[in-house]
Ligand binder design. Structure first.
Ligand code: HAM
Length: 417
């Protein structure tokens, strides 16, 4: 029989790695909820149309990365490649734009993209995202960037850079695109095949290309062609970030790969590392609600790549920071007759809030103690020959004995030692 295996780019996580992943998710959620972002849980599968309209036809995601399939009734469905489009679908579907035109939400969960798997690039990965609707005030842009910054700092990561840009609004981007297209056409022979196609599809994306860096070094950049309103917005974002005490690098090449952005775009990079290492990314998307069938509504958000941030933590920390050492207790079953007493002991321990792992199975005491020790448990509890219980401290090698009908002595012991 063929061996079963996980799909490439889809990972199982346990142990230290999972601990870090869950810590990243918890800290990011806590930071956002603390700033009054309300949690929202969104479906993992949506009608494909949500992403076609939301993320946009010219994006790599829609062009080549979506997991799209037909369900039994022939509807085209897609595993969500990102969270924003689904969030806007929900915002419109539940009439939140009428009921709560100004609102802030956060979410977390798996996303799916059919990319070529490599370090930092998975096909199933997790994001914690934040979306804020109905406010075009540049302070909101700064607030979101600040919250991303605070999340990374709360996790103990200090070595990262925030890259900030503005890609203007439709009014200033259209004439700029013509200038850019003229430049790209003139230098067409120096561009890679993908970028030649981008001239027609989405010329701004050439700034994302790793291959054509040199060829576009002298290309005009949007930041120098902003209209007065976009320029004022950008300057106000910078001033507000400075009031929040957050340092940023201005980088006119941050154009983002999804079609919905306007004005503010930002990406957070670890100090060293390329495109596959972007930890957090986001921006403003004031036209997206309209594109998806709603009224003109301002919006802005970001998403943090959980695995990428967890990976950075792993490089930084030798051992995961589990906080105070948990009293870990294994309750070893030996012999049929003692099992009911052990079940009662376990219930009492769990009821009293003491974590304990039962160890069943036919092995003898020695083998079970070895197993418990290998798993890093500090204490082992097992029945003695005289119908009492023995509590062994695996670290100190000492042991004490008590009645099996009571658990107070066990708890006192493991919490005072
Ligand atoms: P994004 O840049 O496509 O933006 O993804 C955000 C973050 O998700 C990236 O910076 C990265 O950390 C992580 N990420 C993306 N693709 C992968 C992958 N294949 N493997 C591992 N991690 C990955 C968005 O998704 C937008 N929805 C962000 C946003 C929210 N903009 C406004 N609101």
């Amino acid at each position: 029989m063929a061996k079963l295996s996980a799909i490439r780019g889809f990972h199982d996580s346990t142990g230290d790695i999972l601990e870090r992943i869950e810590r990243v998710e918890a800290v990011a959620r806590k930071t956002l909820e603390f700033a009054c972002y309300e949690p929202i849980r969104l479906p993992i599968v949506e009608h494909s149309e949500v992403f076609l309209r939301g993320v946009g036809h010219s994006s790599d995601i829609v062009q080549k990365e979506m997991y799209t399939f037909e369900d039994a009734s022939g509807r085209s469905l897609t595993l969500r490649p990102e969270g924003t489009a689904g969030f806007i679908r929900a915002y419109l579907e539940h009439g939140l734009y009428k009921e709560r035109p100004v609102c802030k939400y956060c979410y977390s969960g798996p996303m799916f993209r059919h990319e070529r798997p490599q370090k930092g690039r998975l096909r199933q990965f997790h994001q914690v995202g934040a979306e804020a609707m109905g406010v075009s005030d540049p302070c909101l842009d700064a607030e979101l960037i600040t919250l991303a910054d605070r999340t990374l700092r709360s996790l103990g990561l200090g070595e990262f850079e925030i890259h900030l840009n503005s890609i203007g609004c439709e009014a200033c981007r259209e004439p700029f695109k013509q200038d850019l297209v003229a430049f790209l056409q003139k230098n067409c022979t120096m561009l890679c095949e993908d970028c030649r196609q981008r001239i027609v599809l989405n010329p701004l994306r050439v700034f994302d290309c790793k291959v054509c860096k040199e060829a576009i070094e002298k290309a005009p950049v949007m930041l120098e062609h902003l209209c007065q309103e976009c320029l004022e917005h950008f300057q106000a974002v910078k001033a507000c970030l400075s009031a929040f005490g957050v340092d940023v690098n201005i980088n006119p090449r941050i154009v983002r790969g999804l079609d919905y952005y306007n004005r503010t775009t930002f990406e957070i990079y670890p100090e060293e590392g390329g495109a596959q290492s972007v930890l957090v990314a986001g921006g403003r998307y004031d036209g997206l609600v309209e594109t998806m069938g709603g009224p003109p509504t301002a919006g802005i958000g970001f998403a943090l790549g959980v695995e990428r941030v967890a990976e950075r933590l792993q490089q930084k920390e030798k051992k995961p920071d589990l906080g105070v050492e948990k009293p870990s207790l294994a309750v070893i079953a030996l012999g049929e007759q003692e099992k009911p007493a052990l079940c009662r002991v376990l219930t009492k321990l769990w009821d009293a809030g003491t974590s304990a792992m039962p160890v069943w199975g036919p092995q003898g005491l020695k083998a079970k103690l070895r197993f418990v020790d290998k798993r890093g448990f500090r204490y082992a509890l097992f029945p003695s020959d005289a119908g009492r219980m023995i509590l062994k401290d695996m670290q100190a090698g000492s042991q004490s004995e008590g009645p099996s009908a009571e658990t107070g002595w066990i708890m006192a012991h493991i919490h005072t030692l």
